[in-house]
Design a protein around this ligand. Structure first.
Ligand SMILES: Nc1ncnc2c1ncn2[C@@H]1O[C@H](COP(=O)(O)OP(=O)(O)OP(=O)(O)O)[C@@H](O)[C@H]1O
Ligand SMILES: [Mg+2]
Length: 244
């Protein structure tokens, strides 16, 4: 595996080795990820691309600790996730990973402020509401703190979701088509927020997208096909021989 020289000085933020994933039961069981090996450096931004059904969301779920692989090794932020139980995975996510989904996934009965603050409170942060307010102000929603998700536009809801993901200051940010439900201008604003927060905090970013222009803003694109890495290419550089 050829490490990317720009990111190889420290241990990788994400190290996947021969990762396997099958989901569903009986006749509906699908072999989704087939031997994925991939290192992602600290502070690196990777665009995960590939056809529909190629396993992009599934791979994101595995490295975010939302889905347990059933083969291979998944080391994220120095922790081996393979074999962890649900409680340990939840603790791992709370400490290390911020997640943004296409469909926002806000809690409808909580205000914007509560959506961001409650996970911080659960993680034991005494300054949960203060931090949440600061984070929402940072994404331009300081004037919408007490609105419920149904009272916010799609772009505003995604801003809340971005604030929620960023508030615990995670080392790793993952986003699954975060602009997929938004118009182009709003989507670009969301991307600016995600990329600028990533750069400012030196976080590692893995973003699934169908938008090639967006993928090109990353340091590297990784292309999946049928559950395998087809290509791993540095942006503005040569194709890296990183795909196992
Ligand atoms: N819970 C599940 N049970 C069975 N099969 C599943 C499950 N989740 C996903 N799959 C299958 O795994 C394959 C990969 O799905 P995945 O959602 O990872 O693809 P994707 O690359 O994100 O596609 P898209 O671009 O359409 O979002 C698909 O064929 C899908 O049908
Ligand atoms: Mg998907």
């Amino acid at each position: 595996m050829q490490p990317d020289s720009r990111f190889s000085t420290a241990a990788p933020a994400i190290a996947l080795d021969k990762v396997e994933l099958s989901l569903g039961s009986g006749a509906a069981r699908v072999h989704i990820l087939k031997g994925i090996s991939l290192n992602i450096g600290q502070g690196e931004a990777v665009g995960l691309v590939g056809p529909s059904g190629s396993g992009k969301s599934s791979l994101l779920m595995v490295l975010a600790g939302l889905e347990q692989s059933d083969g291979g090794s998944v080391v994220v932020a120095g922790q081996q996730l393979a074999g962890l139980d649900e409680d340990s995975l939840a603790r791992f996510r709370g400490r290390h990973v911020g997640i943004v989904f296409q469909a926002f996934h806000l809690i409808p009965t909580m205000t914007a402020l509560e959506n961001v603050a409650v996970p911080l409170e659960l993680a034991g942060r005494a300054d949960a509401f203060e931090r949440a307010r600061a984070e929402l102000t940072q994404v331009g929603l300081g004037h919408r703190l007490d609105h419920y998700p149904s009272q916010l536009s799609g772009g505003e809801q995604q801003r809340v979701a971005v604030a929620r993901a960023l508030a615990p200051e995670p080392a790793i940010l993952v986003a699954d088509e975060p602009t997929g439900n938004l118009d182009e201008t709003t989507g670009q604003q969301i991307m600016e927020l995600i990329f600028s927060a990533q750069a400012r905090r030196g976080a590692t970013l893995v973003i699934v997208t169908h938008d090639l222009a967006l993928a090109r803003r990353c340091d590297r694109t990784v292309r999946l096909r049928s559950g395998q890495i087809e290509e791993s290419a540095l942006i503005g550089g040569d194709a890296a021989g990183d795909a196992a």
